[in-house]
Design a protein around this ligand. Structure first.
Ligand code: GLN
Length: 197
């Protein structure tokens, strides 16, 4: 299993470490030639700063080839800023990046001071997983075809934390910043099922 990890900014090394520990072969996507061998088996869009990543994707000419691969069904694991890159709509009306995931997101939804917290939540198909939120986006709305895999309880009510749409798996928290590899194992399993469909 060959996984390409977008590595222009943000928390990409942590994804690489976990995926390697699960036996996947990983490579970093930093420039166009890193995609010369064609689509990998799976893609990771990590957390970081979505506006910076979007800008770098365009400057480095990674945007077009990755968008085409995503539109052709390339399985993807997107965390935090990565989720924002996939989202079809941003509440603030800001520029949409790939737009392949039919959800609306609110950036930095948990305020500046209280922007980071840890909790535990039930992840469909896995069970309870630790969840680390860092200036996380909130999935405000998801299309009916989008499967909700995890939600958390907040004073404001129940909030969506993870979704799947086709072969796109996206979450507002950082599974790579915990020592629990279950979400990454779920992703690798999802790729296998996608390949054997
Ligand atoms: N606040 C960041 C953004 O809007 C996301 C934060 C993260 O990835 N930890 O892009």
């Amino acid at each position: 299993m060959r996984i390409g990890i977008l590595s222009v900014q943000g928390a990409f090394l942590e994804h690489e470490a976990i995926l390697k520990s699960l036996g996947a072969q990983c490579f970093q996507i930093r420039q166009k030639k890193d995609l010369a061998d064609g689509p990998p088996d799976g893609l990771v869009l990590p957390g970081g700063e979505s506006t910076v990543m979007h800008k770098l994707l365009l400057e480095l000419e990674l945007y077009e080839p990755l968008k085409e691969m995503l539109e052709n069904g390339l399985p993807v694991l997107a965390t935090c800023a990565g989720l924002i890159l996939l989202a079809r709509k941003k509440e603030d009306g800001g520029p949409v990046c790939f737009g392949t995931l039919p959800v609306t997101v609110r950036r930095n939804a948990y305020g500046r001071q209280l922007g980071s917290f840890r909790t535990e939540g039930d992840f469909k198909g896995i069970g309870p997983v630790p969840m680390t939120f860092i200036r996380a986006p909130l999935i405000l709305r998801a299309s009916p075809e989008t499967e909700i895999l995890a939600a958390i309880q907040r004073p404001e009510g129940e909030q969506i934390a993870a979704v799947r749409f086709g072969s796109q798996l996206a979450m507002s928290f950082h599974p790579e910043l915990t020592d629990n590899p279950a979400v990454h194992a779920f992703f690798l399993d999802m790729i296998k099922k996608y390949q054997n469909r």
